[in-house]
Write a protein that binds this ligand. Structure first.
Ligand SMILES: O=C(O)CCC(=O)C(=O)O
Length: 253
C-alpha cells in the first residue's frame, strides 16, 4: 500500500517542500506506516532487521520517550557504527536540493542553510531503516504503563538534511503543527550542535547531545495530550553534517 509523504510551510516551521513521497499522492486510504509498507515488499522479519540496526534497547528508548514529559528534547546513542556508516554512505545516492534560505518574515523569520532530500525509493535503505525504527519505537512504547503517544506508532515523513561546514544551520523554530506526537532526528555524520530553547530569539538554550548515531527525540502535538512544540536550532557546523529526520505528518495520513 502506498505511503503518501508530504510536507509544507508555515511561518512557524521549517519548510521541507516539496514532499517526500513514497507511492501515489492521490489516494485517500490511510497510510499504513512504513513498517507495513516495507513488510509488504520485502518479507524480511522486522525483528531481524532491528537487531542489525540498533545499539539501543527498547527499554532505553522507552526511558528517553518518557523524559520528554519533562524535557523538550532528549537524546541517546541509537545506531551502531556499521549501521550509521551504512546510512551515511547511502546518502551519496540521494538527490539533494537547497532549502529555502528564509521562511517567514520579520520577527518570525527562520534562516536555514542546508540541502535536503525527501524522495526515497519505497524499497530502498532509508525506508527499510525507517520501518525497523518505527517498530523499535512501538516496542519501546509497549513497555510503558501509559504510552504518551498513539500506538501502533507510525512515521510517514522522511528527510535527509545535508549541511556544509560553516553553514548557518537552522535558526530557532518549531516544527509544523501537522507533525504529531514524536519527532526523531538522527545525525548520521559530521559535527554540529543542536539546542532547544524557549523562544524564537533563542532564549535559554539547552544543548542536546547530537553526536552521529544518536537519536534526538522531541515532543510533537499529541504527546501526552499536550499541544506545545519545542523551539530548537542547529548551529556550529564544523564538519559537513548529514541528519535523518522522521516524523508523522497528520495531513498525509
Ligand atoms: O538536522 C537536524 O539536526 C535537525 C533539523 C531541524 O531542526 C528540523 O528539521 O526541524
Amino acid at each position: 500500500m502506498p505511503v503518501s509523504i508530504r510536507s509544507g510551510s508555515s511561518t512557524d516551521t521549517i519548510f521541507k517542500p516539496p514532499l517526500a513521497r513514497l507511492g501515489s499522492a492521490t489516494h485517500n486510504i490511510p497510510a499504513p506506516g512504513l513498517s507495513a509498507a516495507f513488510q509488504q515488499v520485502s518479507g524480511v522479519s522486522i525483528e531481524m532487521a532491528a537487531k542489525a540496526w540498533f545499539a539501543a534497547t527498547p527499554a532505553a528508548v522507552a526511558h528517553t520517550i518518557e523524559r520528554l514529559a519533562e524535557e523538550d528534547a532528549a537524546s541517546l546513542p541509537l545506531l551502531g557504527p556499521a549501521a550509521r556508516r551504512r546510512l551515511a554512505a547511502a546518502t551519496a545516492h540521494l538527490s539533494f536540493r537547497p532549502a529555502r534560505p528564509v521562511i517567514g518574515e520579520g520577527m518570525n523569520a527562520v534562516y536555514q542553510e542546508f540541502e535536503l532530500c525527501m524522495n526515497f525509493p519505497p524499497t530502498g535503505l532509508f525506508v527499510t531503516f525507517a520501518s525497523a525504527f518505527e517498530r523499535l519505537i512501538d516496542a519501546s512504547l509497549a513497555r510503558l504503563p501509559a504510552a504518551p503517544v498513539t500506538r501502533p506508532f507510525r512515521f510517514n515523513d522522511l528527510i535527509v538534511q545535508r549541511y556544509e561546514r560553516g553553514a548557518v544551520g537552522i535558526t530557532p523554530h518549531r516544527d509544523h503543527l501537522r507533525y504529531k506526537s514524536l519527532i526523531a532526528v538522527i545525525p548520521l555524520s559530521g559535527a554540529a550542535r543542536f539546542f532547544v530553547c524557549a523562544d524564537r530569539a533563542g532564549k535559554a538554550p539547552r544543548e542536546v547531545a547530537a553526536a552521529p548515531g544518536n537519536l534526538i527525540l522531541m515532543r510533537g502535538p499529541g504527546y501526552a495530550g499536550r499541544q506545545d512544540r519545542p523551539f530548537h536550532f542547529v548551529r556550529d557546523i564544523t564538519r559537513r553534517r548529514l541528519s535523518l529526520g522522521l516524523r508523522y505528518d497528520a495531513d498525509a495520513a
